[in-house]
Design a protein around this ligand. Sequence first.
Ligand code: HEM
Length: 420
Amino acid sequence: MALDDLLVANTTYGDETQIHGLLTDLRKNDPVHWTAPEGYRPFWSIAKHADIMEIEKLNDQFHNEPRSVLMNQEAEHNLAAMWGGPDPKTGRVSPLRTLIDMDGEDHRAYRGLTQAWFMPVNLRKGLEARTVELAKRYVDRMMELGPECDFAKDIAVYYPLHVIMSILGVPESDEMKMLKLTQELFGGGDPDMQRDREEGNSNVIADFFMYFNAMTEARRANPGEDLATVIANGKIGGAPLGPIETASYYIIVATAGHDTTSSSIAGGLRALIEHPDQLKKLKDNPELLNTAVDEIIRWVTPVQHFMRTNMGPDYTLRGKTIKTGDSLQLLYLSGNRDEEVWPDAYDFRVDRENNRHVAFGYGAHVCLGQHLAKMEIKAFFKELIGRLDSIEMTGPSKRVQSTFVSGLKTLPVRYKLRAA
Ligand code: HEM
């Protein structure tokens, strides 16, 4: 397969050695690479940490709308057909208007609706104790399943799912439905995750819409204490959010909030198993948990990319002209292994200080849930490390084949855990 086709193939992302090899070559040989694969509108692949930050900072010029995530032309066509799009004004193909599809004032206003919820001070007040309790519940479950389990499938997926769904106000009985829909949406390129071909991705979005429209009606009729109530009853410029914007808001919180965190937890555990000296260091020095969490997130980098489009004027990056209208793919996984930032980028070190990774992005769109994600990951590893006598892998792990959100889908392990 040609380089440009490999760069957009879901299978490349399912194979860690292959994707890291490709990105290392790109950083070295052509870090601002014009990528023109078969079946895709061409775009620039941005592989260096400094360039990713530079583009993210210039969010007035480099917009998320109309192309925030990479899709092939067939998928773009199918999405647009679902709602009579693309939008004639902006060119957006997705029927959703989530925070990641917005820019400027609009984005600031919509983000402002829930920003306070996700601030560390409010998380500490409302959620920290609950996360610690849930971390214990899931380590207990791991112990019950022992001495062996598939950590990715049996544990890592459920804990962040439960945290985010309880914040949002989705009842526990609907969590499996949400999990399935998120996996279908993000892992659409992976045969183990995707819906049957006939149905495609558009119906996944339609199912989300149906579910969340009912939720809006319920929260408007009977407001509660959950995040869904804040969204359903929120006002922008004095008016309630439209139906598309409301459902899109739930969808971004519901989906962005767990797959990413689950991937970090599963990938983090594998990194610790593969680096027994680092596992020992963390066990002996639990005060290193904060730096360990950031290192885990850098190491795993579950979100492989987001896209931006140049609104003008033309822009020069490393001598290449990014023309007005050109799209760029910010390759976070590559930025987080950039040898220029970390000469030892391929070493996993739980005590890494000043970890300026870009796994949460940067600038106006920087991950809204980053403090929550870190709190969850820290609570989990604190509980696990404190009770773990031994752990080893019993077979190969497998990665989700997706150019967007990836991580381990299987991690078979054998272990000895102590009761709390
Ligand atoms: C380790 C876990 C996570 C990772 C690696 C991650 C990564 C990211 C990245 C890369 C972005 C785009 C940033 C940019 O464009 O500059 C993002 C945006 C976002 N994330 Fe996360 N995320 C994680 C967990 C969460 C959690 C727990 C939530 C909770 C709801 C969340 C909610 C969001 C939202 C709402 C946005 C859109 C923000 C905006 O466009 O203004 N994420 N995340």
